[in-house]
Design a binder for this molecule. Structure first.
Ligand code: F0G
Length: 456
């Protein structure tokens, strides 16, 4: 993919500061070796998250100027609602300040203790929101997803056989909904095929169980369907997205990803009675239903962002720039999840650092080393983020120890990608010197955000 060019020119810039090794080391010590605890001014290239980190367009900024900040009936809400409905066709659109709030409202309303919520793979906040409602978040990704080197065009798919078995064995009384995360972030930003979405939908309808999409990266998923699935090459990303949503009964959405905004999200659904309950909860924790957790200008930015994210030249640039970085790393024999996903590169830290056992968190160790050597901030998506505790409180390691390099949208250029690739290649040559870590303190839930570490 040498052909892509950024389909925009730079209009406003944010300066980047090269930071000395000594400064990085002391910043890291102050942060207790947790990259979430660094100040962003101590980071050179920030690949911690693709969430809320997009550069907005001149059209989004100008739309924000007409933000209507009325408490009720804001015209910005109606523009936002129309933009969401044009894509999803869901009947009820409930604005929230970000994705996890939509998840919280949904799960605290439909999920009771003992319930099971199957998904291809719950992301961290989704898992935590299901658990905090007393439910069991069940991950049913296809088995290929457990092998980073295995190529599969739709490695984000859910295992349909295991889903059906779950519906049979657990029983529909205890499954308030089935979810599919598009793209499947935790296993590598991997897409879900339309055939898989359609099949899940049919299965859910035959069992009478509602089906929700976790739609954060729906546009990237639509682009992969266009590239890889028979019958979709001539369809527009909008048409593909519309078809994806048509199979579902609702979705949760973080507009901080494929909404191309810095904040925002929504819950969308067709069930009027459930929507009413969710709106009552929204009023309690977010705000009146025509603004939820958002300012009028945020809703304007989302309304425009949802249109821009489906443009073909944007999606080609987006997915191919990630693929270009991935190819450079593969050419240098760096073990990454293949094929390359939509929003990030996932380095297989267990393979890159075979001398570090899982209980010394190889992906966290690699993330620390990459920051120390190049000022690049990434995120661990391995046993720190996803380990579960068994009934005796013993830690069960996550299936994969991955370090995610998430690329913010429309932010970094080709030369930044070169810098990132060179930094990882340099680390590969020095991999034997990288040390494992142990956790010295952790909170009860979502420990990766605030845990403290020491080198082993
Ligand atoms: N679902 C998925 C698949 C996500 O990736 C995220 C966020 C959420 C839900 C929650 O959305 O942050 O707006 O509350 N993922 C970010 C990340 C934080 O870095 O992958 P949110």
């Amino acid at each position: 993919p040498k052909s892509w060019v950024e389909p925009f020119r730079i209009k406003t810039i944010a300066p980047l500061r090269k930071i000395s090794y000594e400064e990085r080391l002391s910043a890291l010590e102050r942060a207790s070796y947790n990259l979430f605890m660094l100040r962003s001014e101590d980071v050179f290239i920030d690949l911690l998250s693709d969430s809320g980190t997009s550069a907005m367009s001149e059209n989004q900024w100008s739309a924000m100027m007409r933000g209507d900040e009325s408490y009720a009936g804001s015209s910005s809400f109606y523009r936002f609602e129309k933009s969401v409905k044009d894509i999803t066709r869901f009947m009820h659109i409930i604005p929230t300040h970000q994705g996890r709030s939509a998840e919280h409202i949904l799960f605290s309303t439909i999920c009771k203790p003992g319930d099971v919520i199957p998904n291809n793979f719950h992301f961290d906040t989704t898992q935590a929101n299901v658990e905090s409602s007393g439910g069991d978040p069940l991950n049913l990704a296809i088995s290929e997803a457990n092998y980073p080197h295995l190529e599969h065009p739709f490695k984000g798919n859910i295992d349909l056989e295991r889903l059906q078995q779950t519906l049979e064995e657990v029983g529909t009384e205890q499954i308030p909904c089935v979810m599919l995360t598009v793209t499947n972030n935790a296993v590598g930003g991997q897409p879900v095929s339309m055939a898989n979405i359609r099949a899940v939908s049919a299965l859910c309808r035959s069992y009478g169980v509602p089906f929700f999409l976790d739609a954060c990266r729906f546009a990237e998923n639509a682009w992969f369907i266009k590239q890889r699935e028979d019958g979709y090459a001539d369809r527009t990303p909008l048409e593909i997205a519309q078809e994806m949503f048509q199979y579902a009964d609702g979705c949760t959405m973080s507009a901080k990803k494929d909404g191309l905004t810095n904040i925002g999200g929504f819950l969308a659904l067709n069930d009027t009675e459930l929507a009413e309950k969710c709106k009552q909860k929204l009023i309690l924790i977010e705000g009146f239903p025509t603004y939820g957790g958002l300012a009028g200008y945020d809703m304007e930015a989302i309304a425009v962002g949802l249109q821009e994210v489906l443009q073909e030249d944007y999606l080609r640039y987006r997915v191919e720039s990630v693929a270009t970085l991935g190819q450079k790393l593969l050419d240098a024999d760096i073990p990454i999840v293949r094929p390359v996903g939509g929003h990030a590169i996932f380095v297989d830290a267990s393979t890159m650092l075979p001398h570090i056992p899982q209980h010394q968190y190889p992906a966290q160790a690699l993330g620390i080393a990459l920051y120390l050597s190049a000022g690049i901030r990434t995120v661990e998506l391995g046993s720190v983020a996803f380990a579960r505790k068994d009934s005796e409180g013993r830690e069960q390691a996550a299936p994969l120890e991955l370090l995610r390099l998430a690329l913010p949208r429309r932010v970094y250029t080709r030369s930044h990608l070169d810098y990132i690739a060179d930094a990882l290649i340099h680390l590969k040559h020095n991999a034997a010197h990288i040390q494992g870590v142990r956790i010295t303190w952790e909170p009860e839930q979502l420990r990766h955000f605030t845990a403290r570490y020491a080198l082993c």
